[in-house]
Structures are given as structure tokens and as C-alpha cells.
Design a protein around this ligand. Sequence first.
Ligand code: ADP
Length: 421
Amino acid sequence: MSTPPEVSPDYLRRELDSLRRIGGFGMFLLLIFQFWGQWRVVGVLAAVLLVVGISNTLVVQWVWRRVGYPWAETVRLGVSALSFLILGPLVKWSVLLWIYVPFNMLWFEGEGRWERLRALAYLVFVDAVALLGGCDPLLPVAFTVLAAIAFQVADRRTALHQIMLRRVLVQQEQLQKAHERALEQEKLSSLGMMAAGVAHEINNPMSFVTSNVSSLYKELQRQPGLPGPLQEYVTEVLPETLDGIRRVNAIVSDLRRFSRGDAEIPTEYDLNEEARAALRIAHGQLGHCKVEADLGELSKVVGRPRQIAQVLVNLLVNAGQATGPGGRVQLTTRQEGDQVRMEVRDTGSGMSPEVLSRLFQPFFTTKPLGMGTGLGLAVVHGIVTAHGGRVAVRSKPGEGSCFTVYLPLQPPAEKAVSSGA
Ligand code: ADP
């Protein structure tokens, strides 16, 4: 199918106008042909054709330019009604004249109540003139029904076009949003790469800082009779420094693990270990609320640990962002038969049914631009279903939310692989 060329509304209106004039002119010619030989009738028909032609080309165009299309249309229908008044008795209410009535209704453009009233007034006038002029009632009835159908068709077609237009506008808006989110995502992935680089740079010096401070600590511990200030180093300063170093190392290794782009091979892992890593990574977003971790006894799980950590980070960050100062965020893990249940519960803003229904849609976010990408839960859903698990959500506006992730200890695909299927 070829795409229509880009045309202006005015150009299309003029084209429609030409079609209307050609149709009207054709019907007049047929009438003249029908009464050929009755020269008085032909003369009047020709005169009316001339007047209507001049009116439609000059007067209607003038009114259109001066006061707009709706008024021009009113003048055109008015002239058509008057010509019907003159021609009806003259052509003995010929069917050819009646055809013009539904033809007139085809141009309805659904511009509101005023247009409907104008069309109704036209039909009432034409029918009254015909019935008072002694026309067979069957003709006005039949052609009024036809005219009403033509009017409804034009009305529905216009409504359909308007709906389609609105849909295109909505799609355009969504595309625009998706484009903005893609840009945001691009920024995030650059940030991820930068974080990996920084983590790598910190990791090297940290390894010799760790080893040197540990050696110094061990060495000092072995020395008997240390002077007072140095003894304080052994009992307080160095253990605290080593603790700080361990924390920095943990953050650096989490960051490196997290921002590595390579594909992860399924392995057997300790899910609670990933939960602790997720809590450390999301720590910055949870500082304002009370965080409780209740990690139960779990068997080893088979899957992609980095991805599962990402699931928990996304849920914890969302919980932190939804919860105000003093609120509570709880992370629970439990084993239930051959599956693991992970729960992130918050006492934050909660969600409306509308938000709940669109939660996992990619790019759906209620956060301002720059704060949310709308990808967090889409990623959660993707990872969990790829592991053969599922996510359940409970939430009430103002009362907080609870995201529960169920993961099989061994995903079905991995089971198939390990059993040699
Ligand atoms: P993002 O966080 O980038 O907006 P998500 O896919 O992670 O994208 O979340 C989508 C939307 O779901 C959020 O914008 C928010 O409206 C809602 N949401 C997710 N988690 C919570 C939560 N714990 N509490 C309230 N609303 C939430």
C-alpha cells in the first residue's frame, strides 16, 4: 500500500469541495437530461445550476475565508434547501433531485452539536417542503432514512479518525518517553562502566594496604612491653582500621561483581551471602530508615548469584525510595521445601491499584526523570522468571509494600542439564 503524500487540511478540504461540486453538477446534468425537450424546465434547471454554482464557488468560498468553514457549510446547505424548494415542484419531486439529500449528508465532519442541528434543520425543511408540495410521502421517508444513514456513516468515520489520531498521539508520547529512558539507561550503563573502572583502581592499592596493615598489626601484637600509645594502637586503632579496610574491600568487590558485563554461568551459591552483599550495595538508599535483615537457614541454591543480588538490590532501593525517614525496610529469607522465599517489605508509600497493574512494564515509573528508569522491576521479573521463580506483590496506598520472590533451589533448566537430559 502506498503512503499518501503529506497534504495540508486546507488542501484536502478543497479536494473534498471539488468532489462535492462534481457530484452536484452531475446530478443537475442528469435532471436536465431527464427533462430534455421541456425547455422551460431545462431553462429553470440551468438557471438554478448557475446560481448554485456561483454561490458554491464564490459566496461559500468568501464566507469560508471570512468567518470559517462551519458558516460556509451553513450557507451551502441553505442554498441547497432553497434550490430544493424551487426545483421540487418543477421536476415533480424526481428521484434524481432526492438523491442530492443523502449526498449532502456525506460531508458531515462531526464539529459538534451545531452541525447536527444544521443537518436536522435541512432534513426537516426538505421533507416539509415536499409533503406540503404534494410529493408522494414514500420518497421523503426513503431518502430521509438514507440521509440519516449517510449522516451516521460520516459521523462514525470522523469519530474513528479522531480516535486513531489520539492513539497515534499517545504512541508518539510513549515513544518520546522510551527514548528519554533509553538515554537515561545509556547514562546508567556508562556509570556502571565507570564504577567498574574505579573499583578496579581502588582494588590494587587496597590489597597492599590490607596486607601491610595486617602485618603491622600482627607484628605489634607479638612485641612485648610496648609503650602506652603504641599499645593503644594494638588494642583499638589497628582493629578499627582493619575493620574499615574490610568494609572498603567488601564494597569494592561488590561493585566489581555488580558492574561486570560478562555472562554469568550458573553455579551453586549461598543466597544469604548475596542478600548481605545486596544490603551493603543498597546501603546508601536505606540510610534514612531502619533496616532489618532476618536471614534464615538455607541450602545452597543453583543459579546466577550476581543476578539474584541485583534482584534484591532493585527491590531494596525501591523500598528505600518509597519509605520516609523513620520507616522500616525488612529483608527476610526462608527455605520452604525445595524453594527459597525472599521477602522485601517496607512501611513506605504503598501503591495504588493502577500502579500495581503496570508495575513490571518496562519503562513504567512514577519517579521524576533522573530518579527512575522504570526498568528495575522489569529486570527483577526477567531474572526471576529465567530462574524458574515468580514474584508476588502486596501493597496498599499509605501502608507499605511487600515483594516476595520464590526461587526453586535448582532452576528447571539447570536440573535438566545436571541430570543429563
Ligand atoms: P523505577 O524505580 O526506576 O521507577 P521500577 O521498575 O523499579 O522502576 O519501579 C516501577 C514503579 O513501581 C516505581 O516508579 C514506583 O512507582 C513503583 N514501586 C516499585 N517498588 C515500590 C515500593 N516498594 N513502594 C512503592 N512503589 C513502588
